[in-house]
Write a protein that binds this ligand. Structure first.
Ligand code: ANZ
Ligand code: ZN
Length: 822
């Protein structure tokens, strides 16, 4: 008693919050609802400093909204499928669920100690059969809508993890998870047709502007990669005898440069190259293709690498000029972008120019940009200018030339306007065990047969462990004969289950919907509830998810909307990306040995001090450098705040109006400003304001009216309520000491008396020739005229002037008067 003890508070309050169900939303419509969500954690080990930061930020928003009187949904769950669990299971000869659920229990205990204001009754795990049942159900609905399909194509393959990767999981040519250089492998794989939604994913970002970080929107936009241009079709003529003539289409953003096309390139690794090549060049091509396979897309498109390629023996006919262009196969053209073939315009495209130089192909400028001839300089010209050497297009600018060329092509029936996207379909199948099984059965007679809804979930076998799970290039499920072999649901004949599992990003693409009704058994979520809560009003998480998770979640939301199950078309109305926690300016890592253990910090300084430190370090978007912050300083401040409540006299309960006017004004101004600051996510500034208020309150206690002043009680209560957003234990203890029942979380944000927002008086300085001669206590609303009069009337000023005449008086109301004598 009488001593600030975080350990005592941490032992006392969680059980009380649980019992009072403080963080369970009423969900009865009596209050306006708001949904705040932190990106759910992955159960790898115990919580770390990064969790502590991210969840502290989300909790500020959640607790603030609760104080404002909203019915707040703030749930938590675990993204619990994935490779680490499987790798741990192989090592320990165990089942992945053992490691997974043990870690989840550890994390859950830590989260409870960390006092995040979540409704624990809604907790879910994506690896629970009752969750993945609905992941499978959704997969089936996508399948029925033609949005899930299987195709054979070259895919990204991680040789270490022995599984395919989505394009989004390949970073600079390497596996996002383990850093191994990714290779290509031809496999029959499941895809989601996210490309059908490319336009909407792009257009709907308008509604997110100003509510999502600009850089996240920019990254999504770039990933979707909308390019306006044209499809142009070229006739292909054989060189001498060989295969019959055929047509080939290219995608170009520069149809205006068609007269400058001097050769033609197809992606060497595309089947197209094999179709085209004449017998004479077939062997050279096949050798070249072997080399190309080993390269990443990044390497292929790098401008530094010397250009390479082989001639196919074919020619393409320019539809405008009838000119014969040699067709080459090269690696700098990608098989899966556009049509996998380009018309090369070396004068105006650097990669084409490098290629032309390497193989002695002609260069013809068709746009006069005022720069020197690219054929001589080796520098392609890309700016605007005037079209030349271009027949009917001559004299037009680039911007005029593009639509004009399209018009000509359309008239000839050999081209049309076309919008191309960089976005590819989402490859969702994985050859690993610990994921959601794909609910499809393959029957020799009936083909792909979806597992009937009433037979979901297709559960993972429980008898596979250790070595059974090790990566073999095919899914470990393929070896589980008793699991794989089933009767075809259609014809009853012998059939096999699909043995791939889903990318874990499928699981996380809809979990925010499940939280609305986590125990619902008739569907993935209760249709009667989902529109009450969706969309999420504030989403909080790391910028590493700027593309993958957020794009996929947006896609799922749109499909589910189109299924008529959801009103929202976007899942997250606002997004906050918290920064990272560093130590000594660098990300914490084992190799640097600069890791900071969260548990140790909590034991040493207490939960509240660690949370407050995270928030006070800077704006939530900025990184926190643990070497630069002072959790002990935070702990000291918390002790000072806590003692205010203890010092408030119990007889000072009412009639704040009679209290110290300056303190009252500061309290009301602090609460008022805090609201604006919180809306703008300036949490750190709110903490600074609280510190100021605590100090001012202490001053009043120590002087004059003292602890009995009703303004002191008013201030202490405001401190407790605002502090509850950052330091829930301390705030709860203060609130109890001030005589209120738990919980401070539901106290309601203090009302602001507008009349008290004006500062009572401020100090104006009077100078004579720049020297301070007098100070005046004035109203902050004083006019320049009034201030001038007051200053001149003062005795000190008159004395200092000593009868001199005045040349001029400069007044900056309410702070300064400068008198210049003659
Ligand atoms: C002729 C041309 C002339 C081009 C010119 C550019 C400049 P974005 O903006 O990224 O969509 N291209 C098309 N498909 C390709 C592929 N599979 N691999 C590599 N390059 C490809 O770029 C579109 C342009 O990239 C297209 O326009 C094409 O080159 C090339 F002065 O066509 B262009
Ligand atoms: Zn069948």
């Amino acid at each position: 008693e009488g001593v600030y003890s975080f350990a005592a508070m941490e032992a006392k309050w969680p059980a009380i919050w649980d019992e009072l169900k403080v963080f369970t939303p009423l969900d009865d419509g009596s209050k306006e609802r708001r949904y705040v969500l932190d990106m759910f954690p992955y159960p790898s080990g115990d919580l770390h400093m990064g969790h502590a930061e991210a969840f502290a930020m989300g909790d500020v928003v959640s607790r603030y909204w609760r104080q404002l009187g909203y019915d707040v949904l703030h749930p938590i769950g675990w993204d619990s499928f994935g490779l680490p669990a499987e790798n741990a299971a192989i090592k320990r000869n165990a089942h992945p669920s053992e490691w997974t659920y043990a870690n989840i229990d550890t994390q859950a205990e830590s989260f409870k100690r960390y006092a995040i204001s979540v409704d624990w009754s809604r907790r879910l795990q994506t690896s629970d059969p009752e969750y993945y049942r609905w992941t499978q159900w959704l997969f089936k609905r996508f399948y029925e809508r033609g949005l899930a399909y299987r195709k054979n194509s070259p895919v990204n393959w991680c040789p270490k993890d022995q599984t395919v990767l989505a394009n989004e999981q390949v970073v600079n040519g390497a596996c996002e998870r383990c850093g191994t250089i990714v290779t290509k492998k031809s496999l029959n794989q499941w895809y989601f047709k996210i490309t059908d939604y490319a336009d909407r994913l792009l257009d709907d970002m308008d509604s997110l502007k100003g509510h999502w970080p600009d850089r996240v929107l920019a990254m999504q936009k770039n990933w979707i990669g909308r390019s306006e241009g044209a499809h142009v079709t070229f006739a292909i003529k054989a060189a001498g005898e060989g295969k019959p003539a055929q047509d080939l289409t290219v995608f170009t953003t520069r149809p205006d440069t068609l007269y400058g096309a001097t050769f033609f390139v197809v992606a060497a690794d595309a089947p197209l190259a094999l179709d085209l090549v004449t017998a004479e060049y077939a062997e050279a091509l096949s050798e070249y293709r072997e080399n190309v396979k080993a390269l990443s897309d990044i390497e292929r498109q790098s401008t530094d690498r010397p250009k390479s390629g082989v001639f196919t023996g074919r020619f393409a006919i320019n539809p405008l000029t009838g000119e014969k262009l040699p067709v080459w196969a090269a690696d700098y053209v990608l098989a899966d972008y556009g049509t996998g073939a380009i018309m090369a315009v070396p004068a105006h495209d650097q990669r084409d120019l490098d290629f032309a130089k390497a193989f002695n192909l002609p260069v013809r400028a068709v746009l006069d940009t005022g720069m020197q001839d690219p054929a001589e300089t080796g520098i392609a010209t890309t700016g605007d200018g005037t079209l030349i050497n271009s027949g009917e297009l001559n004299g037009l600018s680039k911007t005029e030339g593009i639509p004009a060329a399209i018009e000509v092509l359309e008239k000839l029936g050999t081209g049309e306007k076309y919008v191309n996207f960089r976005l590819r379909d989402w490859l969702l199948s994985r050859q690993r065990f610990w994921g959601t099984p794909i609910p499809i059965i393959h029957c020799a007679d009936c083909g792909e047969v979806p597992v009937p809804d009433d037979q979901l979930p297709v559960r993972l076998p429980e008898n596979l462990r250790g070595e059974d799970l090790s990566p073999k290039g095919t899914s470990p499920l393929a070896a589980a004969a008793d699991w794989v072999n089933v009767a075809c649901p259609k014809c009853g004949g012998a059939a096999k289950r699909d043995t791939d599992t889903m990318d874990t990003f499928v699981d996380s693409s809809w979990y925010f919907l499940r939280f609305v009704s986590p125990d619902f058994t008739e569907g993935p979520f209760d249709p009667a509830k989902v529109n009450d809560w969706m969309p999420v009003g504030q989403y909080v998480g790391g910028v590493e998810h700027a593309i993958l998770h957020l794009l996929y979640a947006r896609f799922f939301t749109k499909v589910i909307h189109d299924m008529g199950m959801l009103e929202a078309t976007e899942p997250f109305s606002a997004l906050l990306n918290q920064g990272q926690v560093l130590n000594g300016g660098k990300a914490m890592s084992k190799s640097l040995g600069n890791g900071v253990d969260l548990g140790e910090q909590l034991d040493k300084f207490g939960v509240d001090a660690v949370r407050l430190t995270m928030v006070f370090a800077g704006p939530p978007e900025d990184d926190v450098d643990w070497a630069d912050v002072s959790p002990s300083g935070s702990a000291k401040f918390l002790g000072r705040a806590w003692r205010l409540a203890r010092d408030v006299s119990s007889d000072a309960r009412t009639d704040a109006a009679a209290g110290d006017a300056a303190l009252r004004s500061l309290t009301h101004r602090t609460v008022h400003e805090t609201k604006t600051l919180l809306e703008g996510h300036k949490f750190n500034v709110v903490v600074a304001k609280l510190m100021e208020l605590v100090n001012a309150t202490r001053k009043v206690i120590d002087s004059g009216a003292g602890a009995g002043d009703p303004a002191v009680r008013e201030a202490a209560e405001a401190v407790a309520i605002v502090l509850s957003l950052f330091a829930p234990y301390t705030a709860e203890d203060m609130w109890e000491t001030l005589g209120h029942p738990a919980s401070v979380a539901n106290a309601g944000f203090p009302d602001v008396d507008e009349a008290l927002l004006v500062q009572q008086s401020i100090t104006a300085i009077v100078q004579i020739q720049g020297k301070v001669r007098h100070r005046l206590d004035v109203s902050p609303n004083i006019t320049a005229e009034q201030l001038r009069e007051l200053a001149l009337a003062s005795e000190d000023v008159q004395k200092a002037l000593a009868g001199r005449d005045i040349r001029t008086v400069i007044v900056r109301a309410p702070k300064l008067v400068n008198i210049v004598p003659v």
